[in-house]
Write a protein that binds this ligand. Structure first.
Ligand code: SAH
Length: 646
């Protein structure tokens, strides 16, 4: 009988597909897997062969672990010890290897992707930035394991190297103070924290050594986070993503069922409601103005009851979500006058003062209210109350799928019949990209895939980025990925590669891809700007240019008088994006400024979202009626009906 060495395998940082092939192979062959509790993705354990024993090491002490592994190995079994990230970083493997050797069992190590590199990937930056710093210190603050003399954070900080701290979020406040006071770091030294790198709920916080501790505390990150500090973080191609003053997307929850990137406004009516609103605003990590009928101090807009309707009327269209804290009745009465239709209404949520229930009231799918309700419920520790029929039945509504994919619906009147057919279990063909089909409908036998519209053989179909003719009589929903117009302002002579790097990075920060861009827009001075022309060619999209007077006439949230002095318009990127997406003073389905101006060095970017095309409004009419004598009983039935109907 041969005795196999125990394999210490790096499981990677979390995502199932970030284990190495060698590690996966060892896992698939193993008879016994001892794994590091909740830190290892359970999906990896599903790769083990039937009959493989899987044991969580969390409740075991060293002796028990070594005993279990050595017994199995000596009985000829293949044993894998699965560690998070790479076993060499804080893996405590030395003592296990020694213990096994004492029992006559050899070991080998299979490296893994350490969380430090998954976190760097999430930040999208190089840790060793040329001209800034060429060294990285992987370290930690002391815990139960003390730090050896000389290895203190302040001393490392003085070297100018980029610092990465494991196991330290619990003490981040003290650590940052120490780095500034003893380590001499300037308060504006960039810092970032990555929570659960590569997991679906990964979050990123960016800031400086002076404010990152507060941000981490507000976000309530647990221990599974890494802290980075150093100038190298802001060095990406000379472009500082951290310093874009109006860079609004602090972190994103990337669970597809909880993703919401829009602007939220909160309304509270009591002191308790106000503290709940603060908790939600901090947890969302997005800039969210809080309106309170009670005076609330810092960061709260005091809006006495009688002024609330007026405030709501002013802000209704400026926000993607309105979150009311308190009795649902108040919310329902307040919003009723503003509701129009589900393709354009914002998401409205009502959260009970206790946070126990978060109700998705309007625009559950296209407006994202259901996703936002789940996300807010996660923050308050409560339950999301979602009542849309497809969700209740666990079915992927087509408008929800479009929203999750950042796509745009071209014939909104078809949403209802297609979703109804889905609920009724009728066969539907999805004609479009396989990847989208697999992501959302692959598990549903009711929905079949077709590559071309001519091949559709069901009475209903969803067309996704598809042109071509359907067989006669097929009822269909038309969807396109191209739902955004990117407005660009830039200095003359910007490097084409730099512009691409900045634009694609910004899109990705917003959860978008170049495929989501319908057009690029700017001012006519840029009509021959090589970087813009190269970009549109690369993305296969049209470019649209507008003169200064046209741009200046568009109302935008971030106007600049300085820009106006130079080129005659207060806004380039925001105004161009809106115009490119069809803004005109008199149209009803206005585009929507999805991401206001963000500055990246000499480049400013803004994104407008094209409206979902609405059903043509029913034709109105004019009825001339005679009131008879004027007494109520003397109206003809026709007159009465006309009066009731108007
Ligand atoms: N061997 C592991 C580190 C284990 S020590 C590795 O190479 O990644 C545990 C610490 O690692 C945590 O306190 C946290 O600082 C960090 N960590 C582990 N997984 C992480 C993840 N997915 N995202 C961010 N930090 C993580």
């Amino acid at each position: 009988m041969s005795i196999h060495p125990v394999a210490f395998v790096g499981a990677g940082p979390g995502a199932e597909d970030l284990i190495t092939l060698r590690g996966l192979h060892a896992l698939e062959e193993a008879d016994l897997v001892l794994y590091a509790g909740s830190l290892v993705n359970p999906g990896l354990l599903d790769r083990c062969k039937p009959g493989c024993r899987r044991r969580d090491s969390a409740p075991m002490n060293l002796e028990e672990q070594v005993g279990l592994m050595s017994e199995a190995a000596l009985a000829g079994e293949r044993v894998v010890r699965l560690h998070t990230g790479d076993p060499a970083m804080y893996g405590a493997i030395n003592e296990q290897i020694r213990g096994l050797a004492e029992k006559g069992v050899a070991s080998c190590v299979v490296p893994g992707v350490s969380s430090v590199f998954a976190a760097a990937a999430a930040l999208g930056c190089e840790l060793t930035a040329p001209d800034v710093s060429q060294s990285v210190v992987l370290t930690r603050t002391p815990g139960r394991t003390p730090m050896p003399e000389g290895e203190n954070a302040a001393a490392f900080a003085r070297t100018g190297a980029l610092l990465a701290f494991f196991l330290s979020t619990g003490k981040i406040d003290v650590l940052m103070q120490d780095l500034m006071r003893e380590g001499g770091l300037a308060p504006d030294t960039p810092a970032a924290v990555v929570y659960r790198a590569s997991w679906p709920d990964e979050r990123i916080l960016r800031g400086t050594v002076s404010d990152i501790a507060r941000k981490v505390e507000e976000a309530g990150f647990g221990r599974q986070a890494l802290i980075f500090v150093g100038r190298a973080l802001a060095a990406g191609g000379g472009v500082s993503r951290l310093y874009g003053a109006d860079f609004s997307h602090g972190y994103r929850n990337r669970l597809p069922t909880e993703a919401f990137d829009g602007r939220c406004a909160l309304y509270a009516f009591t002191d308790k409601g106000l503290s709940r609103a603060r908790e939600i605003a901090a947890g969302l990590g997005l800039p969210c103005p809080i309106h309170s009928t009670r005076p609330g101090g810092d960061g709260v807009e005091h809006t006495p009851g009688e002024r609330l309707d007026e405030a709501l009327a002013r802000k209704w269209g400026d926000f993607d979500a309105h979150i009311f804290i308190g009795a649902a009745g108040i919310a329902v009465r307040k919003i009723a006058p503003f509701l129009r239709d589900k393709t354009s209404d914002p998401a409205v949520l009502n959260c009970s003062e206790s946070g126990a229930h978060v109700i998705s009231l309007t625009s559950g799918h296209l407006g994202g209210a259901n996703r936002l309700a789940r996300r807010v419920a996660r923050i308050t520790g409560g339950q999301a109350v979602v009542s849309t029929a497809t969700d209740v039945n666990g079915l992927p509504a087509f408008d929800e799928v479009a929203a999750q994919e950042h796509a745009r619906i071209l014939n909104a009147e078809a949403i209802r019949p297609l979703n109804a057919a889905l609920l009724a279990g009728e066969p539907i063909t999805f004609c479009g990209p396989r990847a989208v089909f697999e992501r959302h409908f692959g598990a549903l036998s009711q929905i079949v895939h077709a590559d071309r519209p001519e091949a559709v053989a069901t009475a209903r179909a969803v067309l996704w980025d598809v042109e071509g003719a359907l067989p006669d009589g097929v009822e269909h929903l038309d969807i396109t990925s191209k739902a955004y117009v990117l407005g660009i302002g830039c200095r003359r002579g910007v490097e084409p590669l730099e512009l691409r790097f900045i634009t694609e990075g910004h899109l990705s920060d917003l959860g978008l891809r170049p495929e989501n861009i319908a057009a690029v827009a700017s001012c006519d001075l840029k009509a021959d700007e090589p970087a813009i022309l190269e970009l549109v060619e690369k993305w296969h999209v049209p470019a649209r240019f507008y003169d200064a007077a046209t741009l200046d006439a568009v109302p935008v949230p971030t106007p600049s008088d300085k820009v106006r002095e130079k080129i005659g318009t207060r806004s380039v990127s925001e105004a161009a994006a809106l115009l490119g997406a069809g803004y005109a003073p008199d149209v009803t389905a206005q585009p929507h400024l999805y991401a206001p101006k963000a500055a990246f060095g000499d480049v400013t970017l803004a994104l407008a979202r094209l409206p979902h095309v609405k059903a043509a409004p029913k034709r109105g009419g004019l009825v001339v009626v005679g009131l008879g004598s004027g007494a109520p009983g003397h109206l003809t039935p026709e007159t009465e009906a006309a009066l009731r109907g108007c």
